[in-house]
Design a binder for this molecule. Structure first.
Ligand code: NAD
Length: 437
């Protein structure tokens, strides 16, 4: 099939390459000239495991092209909308201006029979508005919603082998025809038996934000338990193991620590609350305000803990922060808990040095005032405190005895409960973590 993918960021670039991998003829369109130039040269514009290989492979087939000109989307039957929907400045609501601009640019190129597929995460009701705008210009085109659940760090695998496909369709024959088109797009993964949920537009839009709200709630739940553990001397990691054995609860997403960040969960739960308010259903989601607060409190607690282990003040202290990305295996620093803690400590007078295996460039752009070092060892040199803020494998595997020879003081804060306390203490470190003694 001929496919256009509009918006080639963390979602769209991977989606475009994966669609080409499935055998389709794909053009990715983005307004960012630099990104398009890199993608055209089969170079990944961001760190995502497996993407460079996939781009090289698909570029060689001639089935994958990129452009800054929306006219390139003309002639494609399926148009995936993958542009960003960030939080509005100073408000909880989602900023839909990129979605609106993408559709405005696409409208003149739509042809009868085209299917426009929304993948961006949007407030419920957005799809209906877009469908109405499409109907005015090209009544024989159909809008459907097909939310995306990929995880950064596993984006290629998640796109080619997702947990489920969700199709939100309009009623009637147009919806059924669009369903058949999507089935053709996803024929290969569907043949693997991946579950498919076919529903209406409103449900499909809600599924995505409901899923992210649930995940955020699970993380904040265990972090609330961590607060209780801190108050009682209990151990949150053992508590999580114990409750996680219950299959109804499950152990995944129960890792207490610095909490969630990134370009999705924080802004999605806030936009969901804002939309619920507009719909007069704000009470239904008032718990998400608490989920958000618990999450942000962990960052404050981490800075407090740093002050505590440094003997009451971090002013003038050399602190190494390991990790800048919001999670391992990504270079995404949007709303990163690691950088938020690093910046807070710097503002409170510490001499902070941050390192990250992949996210340094993005981190320096976002926080030019912070100091950066190329490696964990370089960051730790002379440090009076080391903070593990993003649990990259290379940080989990750091040798306590070796790192101990580099620092000025053997003090470590494990912001992700990712290290073995016994091993670090045995090497003479003061080890502290969130939610445990
Ligand atoms: P991103 O910021 O990495 O990418 C968005 C891209 O859209 C950018 O490259 C930008 O230049 C481009 N763009 C903006 N306006 C455009 C226009 N008018 N025409 C063409 N391109 C335009 O964001 P992302 O992380 O890829 O997220 C995109 C959407 O997908 C969001 O709604 C997000 O919530 C959702 N989503 C993201 C993930 C994820 O893990 N990143 C997962 C699921 C869903």
């Amino acid at each position: 099939m001929r496919i256009s993918v509009i918006g080639c960021g963390y979602l769209g670039a991977v989606h475009a390459a994966c669609m080409a991998q499935l055998g389709h003829d794909v053009v990715g369109v983005d307004v960012d000239e630099k990104k398009v130039a890199l993608l055209t040269a089969a170079t990944a514009p961001f760190f995502e495991p497996g993407l460079p290989e996939l781009l090289a492979e698909t570029a060689a087939t001639g089935r994958l092209a990129f452009s800054t000109d929306m006219a390139a989307a003309r002639g494609a039957t399926v148009h995936f909308i993958c542009v960003g929907t960030p939080q509005k400045r100073g408000e909880n609501a989602a900023d839909l201006r990129f979605v609106d601009a993408a559709l405005d640019a696409l409208l003149p190129h739509l042809q009868p029979g085209d299917v426009v597929v929304g993948k961006s995460t949007v407030p419920v009701g957005t799809a209906e508005d877009l469908a109405a705008r499409i109907a005015e210009v090209e009544p024989a085109a159909t809008l459907v919603w097909n939310p995306e659940f990929l995880r950064e760090g596993f984006a290629v695998q998640d796109t080619l082998h997702p947990d489920r496909f969700v199709y939100g369709l309009p009623e009637g024959p147009d919806g059924q025809r669009a369903r058949a088109v999507l089935d053709e797009v996803y024929a290969i993964p569907l043949a693997e038996g991946i579950p498919q949920v076919v529903t209406d537009l409103a449900t499909a839009q809600l599924v995505k934000v409901a899923a992210n709200s649930f995940l955020a709630t699970k993380i904040s739940f265990i972090n609330a338990m961590a607060e209780l553990c801190e108050a009682t001397g209990a151990d949150v990691t053992e508590l999580a193991d114990a409750i996680g054995h219950d299959a109804r609860i499950g152990r995944r997403f129960l890792n207490a620590g610095l909490g969630f960040g990134g370009g999705c969960l924080p802004k999605d739960i806030r936009a969901f609350m804002a939309r619920a308010g507009e719909l007069g259903a704000d009470q239904a989601l008032s718990f998400l305000r608490e989920v958000d607060s618990i999450n942000l409190r962990r960052r404050v607690r981490m800075v407090d803990l740093a002050r505590e282990v440094c003997g009451g003040s971090i002013v003038g202290r050399r602190i190494a922060v390991l990790g800048a990305a919001f999670k391992p295996n990504s270079d995404d620093v949007r709303d990163s808990p690691a950088l938020s803690v690093a910046a807070q400590m710097r503002l409170q007078g510490a001499h902070v040095v941050v390192t990250d295996p992949e996210a340094m460039e993005n981190a320096e752009r976002a926080w030019p005032d912070l100091r950066f070092a190329e490696s964990a060892e370089a960051a730790a040199a002379g440090a009076e405190l080391v903070v593990l803020a993003t649990e990259w494998t290379q940080y989990r595997e750091l040798e306590p005895a070796h790192l101990g020879t580099l620092v000025a003081e053997r003090r470590i804060l494990d912001g992700r409960n990712a290290l073995d306390p016994a091993a670090w203490r045995a090497a003479g470190w003061t080890y502290r973590a969130l939610g445990r003694q």
